[in-house]
Design a protein around this ligand. Structure first.
Ligand code: ZN
Length: 247
């Protein structure tokens, strides 16, 4: 069965800022959905201003991997939707958080930290170094790749120690940043990826598309049979094996 992806975008910058509209006329979500469709995934989109932010129970139940892009309206995402997304992740749905999504409610919820960082927006050069060359997320890449113009994100990035660190970035101004990192939460997998400032055509760059395409495959749920709902902690009065407790 094909992996089902939902690309969630706040979709505000593209309506209010001409510079962003010029780069992403149909919205960042459509640009991402388009290369993921080409890669063979089954792709839908959802945005903040749709009812339930486009993330109804049905949409969530039929999503294997959720991609999240947000920036100016993190506070408008309803807590009850965040609760539902969190439970879907803990029960196996993958989550890919892009760029300014570091401050989204769902990422901070899953990390348990502030997820703060330093930033500067002057369009400097950015080089991402692969530090996990055996990881499926770097399939098809070289030792490093460059984004010609980007927004700088710098350390300290207030995240829990990643389970797997995939990229370390260097920026022209001297900062470094853990720009690609993975975590396991319950049955779910989470990947954070830094590239994607809205005024630069970063989601049209082939290396960036390759990473996100690979990450969808890595984040997709693993098929386990009859695994229990992790929100419940069932009592097991009957042990699987016969045994006696010695007095
Ligand atoms: Zn940005």
């Amino acid at each position: 069965m094909r992996i089902r992806v939902t690309v969630w975008n706040e979709f505000r910058h593209e309506k209010t800022h001409q510079a962003v509209k010029d780069v992403y006329p149909d919205g960042i979500h459509q640009a991402i959905a388009s290369f993921l469709k080409e890669a063979g995934y089954e792709v839908g989109t959802a945005t903040l201003d749709e009812p339930e932010h486009g993330l109804t129970d049905e949409v969530l139940a039929n999503t294997d991997v959720l991609i999240w892009w947000g920036h100016m309206a993190h506070g408008e995402v309803k807590d009850e939707i965040v609760d539902k997304v969190q439970q879907r992740i803990l029960n196996g749905m993958g989550l890919i958080v892009l760029h300014s999504g570091h401050f989204s409610k769902i990422f901070r919820r899953m990390m348990g930290t502030n997820c703060s960082l330093t930033w500067r927006e002057v369009g400097e050069r950015h080089r991402l170094w692969v530090v996990a060359p055996g990881h499926p997320i770097v399939e098809g890449l070289g030792e490093s790749f460059e984004i010609p113009h980007t927004e700088m994100y710098g350390e300290f990035f207030d995240i829990p120690q990643p389970d797997e660190l995939i990229f370390i970035s260097w920026f022209q101004g001297g900062e470094v940043f853990r720009s690609g990192a993975c975590w396991y939460r319950g049955r779910g997998k989470i990947f954070y990826f830094q590239p994607g400032h809205e005024t630069f055509p970063i989601y049209y760059q082939k290396e960036v598309q390759q990473v996100i395409t690979n990450a969808v495959r890595w984040c997709a749920p693993v098929n386990v049979v009859d695994f229990r709902d992790l929100a419940k902690a069932p009592h097991h009065p009957q042990a699987l094996e016969k045994f006696e407790i010695e007095a």
